[in-house]
Every structure is written in C-alpha cells, then in structure tokens.
Design a binder for this molecule. Sequence first.
Ligand code: NAD
Length: 431
Amino acid sequence: MSNSLFADASQRLELAMKHLSISEDAIEYLKHPKSSLTVSIPVRMDNGSLRIFQGYRVRYDDTRGPGKGGVRYHPNVSLDEVQSLAFWMTFKCAAVNLPFGGAKGGITVNPKEISKLELERLSRGYIDAIADFIGPDIDIPAPDVYTNPTIMGWYMDQYSIIRRQLCPAVVTGKPLALGGSLGRDTATGTGAFFVIEAMMAKLDRAPTNTTVAVQGFGNAGIVVAELLSKAGYKVVAVSDSKGGIYAKKGLDIPSVRHFKESHKSIKAVYCKDTVCNIVEHDIITNEELLALEVDILIPAALENQITAANAKDIKAKYIFEVANGPVTSEADSVLEANGVQVFPDILVNAGGVTVSYFEWVQNRSGLYWTLDEVNQRLKQKMVEETEAIWKIARKLSISMRTAAYVHALARLGDALSAKGTRDYYVNGAHK
Ligand code: NAD
C-alpha cells in the first residue's frame, strides 16, 4: 500500500516488529487489509434530485474475531483513511484483548449540509450496500466522527429488515431503547480517563498540580475533560473546529459543556442553573492550543494534528491520544527527542470499543448490565492493559506507543500461528 496515511500507520508496525520474534508470514499477512469495499449509495434528496455518495467498509483483519470498527461521516473520508483506521482497530482490539479483529467504514459527506431525512436515507442506503459484508459474527459497525446512536439505530433496523429478523448485535453504539449499553456514550472519554489516572499514579503526579488542554470538545473530548476536572485536574483550554478558549485559572468544564450543548459553540463561562456569565479567558486558535505550556495535551478531534511541522512547538509533557492518529510517525521522533511522552490511541481511546464489546455481549446473552457494572469492567480492562504496556515499555526501554504495538502484535502473532497458514501449498508441499 503506497498511500501516505496508511504508510504512516504501518510505520508503527515496523518499529514493534524489531522487538518480537514473529513469523515473516504473520507480518506479511498483517501488512495488507483482508478486504476493502467501495460502494456508491444513491440517495433521493428532499428536492427530488438523485445524489450518489461514496461509501467504504474495510475489514482489515479477523483472525482474533469478527471485524469491529466505527463508521465516519466526513467530507475528507477516503479509502486510504478508512484503511488506516481499520488497521488501528486491529491493533487496538488486540492491545486491550477484545475477541475482535479490526474494521472501519465511512461515507464521504458533510452531514451538516444535508437534512435529517436525507441523513436517514443515506444511512439506510449504506447498510443496503454493505449488508452482505457485515453481521454479528462477521463485522460489527459502531459510531465514529459525526455518527451517533440515532444513526446506529437506523443501521440496526435496516439490517434487521434485510435479514427479516431482529439483529441487535450487528451494530454497537445503539440507542438504549434498541439494545444499546449503558455507558457506551461516555466510554471513550471514561476509558481515556482511567488510562490517564493509572499513568499519573505511576508517574507520581497529583491531579491538582496538573494542567490539561483538550483539542476537540466533542463526544470523547467533553467526557474526558469533565472527568479530569471533577478529579481535580486543571483543564485550562478546550477547542472545537471553530477555535478554542484558554483560562489560566482553569475552565469550569460542566458550564462550558452546558453552553456548547445549548448554543453549539464554546465559551468560557460559569453557569448557575440556566444563567451563564462569561469568565476571564483568551480566544485561541487550534494551533495555539496545541502549543500551550500544559502538563497534559489531549488531541480528541481528528488525525494528523501534530506533524513534523509543529511537533517542535509542543510544550506539553504528556500527550494522551484520544483521537485516532493525531500524531504522525515523523512527529513521534521529534516529540521523543524533546522528552514528550506520547500515550497511544490504540490504548487511550480503546474504552469506546471495549464498551462496544460489552454491548455485543449483552445483546447476545440477553442479560443487561447496570452502569456501575459496565464502568467497573471498563476500569479493570483499561488499568490492566495500561499497566501491562507500561511494563513492556520499561522492560524494553521503548515508547508507550511501540510497547502497545508489541503487546498487540504478540497476541495477533499467537492467533495467526495458532491458525496456521491457509495458503495453496499445504504443509510446505510447495518447497
Ligand atoms: P465528535 O464529532 O463528537 O467530536 C469531534 C470534535 O472535534 C468536535 O467538537 C469538532 O468540532 C472538533 N474538531 C473538528 N476538527 C477540529 C480541529 N481541526 N481542531 C479542533 N477541533 C476540531 O467526535 P468524537 O466521537 O468525539 O471523536 C473524536 C476523535 O476520537 C476521533 O478521532 C475519533 O476517531 C476518536 N474516537 C472516538 C470514539 C468514540 O467512541 N466516540 C472512539 C474511539 C476514538
């Protein structure tokens, strides 16, 4: 694969390979997506015209279980991006030991430019187009950027119509009323919070002496910002696609959230009931947010935010990647040389897919868990895998990113060798 984003993602694999003895066959296998589907989705628009949208679903690997990964609606979605995200999902599921492979989907669309009915027709059309490619034991979609539980509900309903039976386990991140799990909506941010807490304890840092900036005040960013602020961390800056705010004294995150939810924009406010007053703050750009002098920087928006061009400007001590792929592999080297420790996406944001797994388990067993049960199991998983990866990083003197890939690759290698090669030349008969 020659494309840049995917090539960049595979660099991580190359680094991890050096620390493991894993068969060349397994490595070669993991360098290629198992299958990639491109579909054209016809949608009747509200004005009667017909528009064709491009959609994708990539199943990168299913050695350890059915494919698992979200669906992204964004104008920049391309096959290369979806393949990279599916690659990350493969390693993420292995890093936190979920019985899933990696997959991802997407539609090239700006969902803000179409009506709700057009969005529903597009989402149902996407499922019509990929129905033979997904299933509870084949590949299970979920939400990602600009997709949400409502869309997952349409997916489930459309798939069930096609199959003529109710199939809740075909998609996760559904509304509660359609078999969703408690805690799924907050899982990515909550999981990231558990990772940060586990690492701060290892690094002997107290929350009250720790400042935080969050890029991307969306589903995941809001939750992690809110939990950190509740735990005593000082969240001094947050941003969305329109820009950011910075308050040296720290922001009142529940108030900023309240304002964002009621006004669709970010303001530094302190709210009492429904009345919000502006507090002292600076308006900053996203570039300025990334370069702030804070202890923890949390990119929680999109990929490729910290690159070779701006890595040298980063002053944070720790980066926790809540977004997928926010730091490029070139930037990794600059950050490492400057002593910035990066905690990788495949661990930090794995809370989302972990609770997706819990949702799939609940759908299949028919037994539903309380929010406490979900969060306890999530905490146990995130802390256990964070500590295991930390141990590998220390033992081999490697970055947390490479350690996470080593951890995942070991599991993938075990599964691939347990399965054996299924090529045309049985038992080396071709030699
Ligand atoms: P979201 O759409 O709810 O939020 C994204 C936020 O980023 C929005 O507030 C948007 O305004 C902001 N944003 C967009 N471009 C920006 C830019 N250039 N600078 C600053 N902010 C910008 O999406 P989300 O679900 O919170 O996902 C965010 C990231 O986390 C994505 O990379 C996604 O792949 C990753 N992730 C999400 C989940 C999940 O369960 N939601 C799970 C794993 C990983």
